[in-house]
Ligand binder design. Structure first.
Ligand code: C5P
Length: 218
């Protein structure tokens, strides 16, 4: 696999709805990094399982990942709670993770030339996908705040769901993601903890920017 030299690599892990995606997007834009929300790939596979339950075999999944385009990950259908819950189930599968792994590694280490590097967020990015990242962050927030943010996001998309249901499903996903044997969500020792409970988007962005700028001195 080709690996571009001297690129900036940022790895982020976080539980659901902690604000990592929003933050990663603004950081990527600011530093001109190729951004990948890795959860969307698991959501994409979960969506395939819901849509094509009878075809859901390794060969089918592999061919879909092979032809996967970034625009496929922008489908708003991937944002539903049903897809999120299914994603946390299929992501426990070892062979599915293996298929997704090489896509992510290629994305992280070989971003298109016009980008100065890459930024990936997910559950196992800091220790599995980009273990040598220049910056590692573990972004979290109180579970009730996370549920409220996700609830507002889903309401904005006109999804029929209550706050209570969102809270319940986030708790269930946390349990799945933290306790699974394969690639569980964890904060590595070399990741910086950012708690976004009492921080707005701008404050989170500035906090991370300060950490990055101190080291790269741009
Ligand atoms: O980040 P998001 O909530 O979209 O992720 C959906 C699900 O995909 C997570 O609950 C998790 O189970 C799985 N996932 C994963 N590894 C990643 C990213 C997401 O297992 N790197």
């Amino acid at each position: 696999m080709i690996k571009r030299k001297n690129i900036l690599k940022i790895a982020i892990d976080s539980p659901a709805a902690a604000g990592a995606g929003t933050l990663a997007k603004s950081i990527s834009k600011h530093y001109n990094l190729f951004y990948l929300d890795t959860g969307k790939i698991y959501r994409f596979i979960a969506y395939l399982k819901i849509k094509f339950p009878n075809n859901f075999k390794n060969k089918f999944i592999r061919s879909k990942i092979k032809s996967l385009k970034i625009k496929d990950l922008l489908n708003t259908k991937l944002l539903s709670d049903e897809v999120g819950t299914e994603a946390s189930i299929i992501s426990k599968n070892k062979s599915i993770r293996k298929m997704v792994h090489s896509f992510q590694i290629n994305f992280a280490y070989n971003p298109p030339k016009k980008y100065k590097g890459s930024c990936l967020d997910g559950r196992d990015i800091t220790y599995n996908i980009v273990p040598d990242a220049d910056f590692k962050f573990y972004i979290t927030a109180d579970v009730k705040i996370r549920a409220l943010r996700r609830y507002k996001e889903l309401k904005g998309l006109k999804k029929k769901i209550t706050y209570k249901e969102v809270l319940k499903s986030i708790k269930k996903r946390d349990k799945n993601d933290l306790n699974r044997k394969i690639s569980p969500l964890k904060k590595t020792k070399d990741s910086l903890l950012i708690n976004t409970t009492n921080l707005n988007k701008r404050a989170c962005f500035l906090k991370i920017k300060k950490i990055i700028d101190r080291k790269i001195k741009i």
